[in-house]
Design a protein around this ligand. Structure first.
Ligand SMILES: Nc1ncnc2c1ncn2[C@@H]1O[C@H](COP(=O)(O)OP(=O)(O)OP(=O)(O)O)[C@@H](O)[C@H]1O
Length: 363
């Protein structure tokens, strides 16, 4: 296994002129040896490009890829010793499940007894033990993809195992099980795993560190908790969470924060250099108050939705909208009623030009 360092940019165009010509804008990033990472972001943000640059399927148009400090930019996936699992199963239909799992080891001349032991262990982890002697041809798409996962994980000597949306063909219930299983497998095998997905639940359940990507940029790398509690970039606040963070234009001057034409007391001298900013607060951290309560904004309930596990309240402050989540057992305010909203607390974030401005502010 290896620590992987990227210091590069990539454009599929010959003469990139502007940011939008790049699939990956200049970035520096380290994947630690033995870590479980997810590359998360919407379609077209550059996840697969980054994965393929790590594996060696794509050469970066500028910069380098290093494994344990060694420049591997010019090396092929085989030379980099990378295992890759794709969206759709890549297996040999005429072979049995055991032969499929053994294939990457046999290819490398691993002794038969070690192959048998390792194949047995991987099959057990993926709950394929009962099917080891079956031909792959007769199996369902789910089972075939499990074999692909197993083939990716079977070698002990790989630099990293890369997954590109590997659970796409799996049915939702099994998907949930496999995500947890992969996490457990990572814990047991201690391989470096990098996993591409556009699904936040998938990324958050599997990975220790999540790389959130937007338009060719890695906007934040962090644990699920850090991304939720301390989004460093507005995109992270918006993309992580259900629903995402609320954003409101605001102004701060001499201890007063003005939001939607209303004033709140806020001790945040760090904001003095940024008089115009965006306040960000997650729906989980907006609290209800009586209309006219101290340091609360006056608002009206525009919409009330029963989402099953919680109430989603959409409040109107003039033409601004703020969403808040209330527990299912709470008695929610009626649509059209006047309410107070408390937005300020330790979880409130302040952004200027999309980036987070200060760590703490006191109401
Ligand atoms: N082979 C290619 N030639 C030219 N442009 C490409 C190529 N592959 C990807 N791109 C472009 O590079 C950008 C990043 O694509 P990439 O596939 O890395 O994104 P992604 O986040 O993996 O998206 P998806 O989830 O849809 O696969 C997109 O604008 C895409 O159109």
């Amino acid at each position: 296994m290896a620590r992987i360092d990227l210091d590069l940019a990539h454009s599929y165009r010959p003469n990139p002129q502007q940011d939008s010509d790049y699939a990956l804008l200049p970035l520096k990033m380290t994947f630690e040896d033995g870590g479980a990472y997810a590359l998360l972001g919407p379609s077209g943000c550059g996840k697969t490009t980054m994965l393929n640059i790590i594996s060696g399927l794509v050469q970066p148009s500028q910069g380098t890829v290093s494994f344990d400090g060694r420049d591997v930019t010019a090396l092929s996936p085989q030379q980099r010793n990378i295992a890759q699992v794709f969206q759709f199963p890549v297996i040999y239909d005429t072979m049995t499940v055991a032969e499929n799992l053994a294939f990457p080891l046999k290819n490398r001349g691993v002794p038969a007894d070690r192959i048998k032991a390792r194949v047995g262990r991987i099959a057990e982890m993926l709950e394929l033990s009962g099917q080891l002697n079956q031909r792959a041809a007769g199996l369902a798409a789910d089972a075939k993809q499990k074999i692909s996962l197993g083939r990716g994980l079977v070698r002990e000597d790989v630099s990293a195992v890369l997954f590109d949306e590997p659970l796409t063909v799996i049915d939702p219930h099994l998907k949930w099980q496999l995500r947890r299983k992969l996490k457990q497998i990572h814990h047991e095998l201690k391989l470096t795993l990098i996993y591409v997905t556009h699904d936040q639940v998938e990324a958050l359940t599997f990975a220790e560190q999540i790389v959130v990507m937007s338009q060719g940029r890695a906007v934040q790398v962090g644990s699920a908790d850090q991304l939720f509690e301390r989004p460093q970039h507005q995109f992270v606040g918006h993309f992580i969470g259900s629903p995402g963070m609320n954003f409101l234009p605001a102004r701060w001057r001499a201890g007063v924060l003005t939001v939607a034409g209303q004033d709140l007391a806020l001790d945040a001298p760090g904001l003095a250099a940024h008089p115009t900013l965006t306040l960000g607060v997650r729906p989980e951290y907006v609290t209800l108050a009586a209309p006219g309560a101290a340091n609360a904004l006056r608002a009206r309930v525009a919409r009330l939705q029963d989402v099953g596990t919680y109430w989603l309240v959409t409040a109107a402050l003039g033409d601004q909208r703020v969403r808040l989540r209330l527990p299912a057992e709470a008695v929610p305010p009626a649509e059209g009623s006047e309410i107070g909203l408390q937005l300020l607390g330790t979880h409130t974030c302040f952004y200027g030009a999309d980036e987070r401005l200060i760590e703490e502010a006191r109401a």
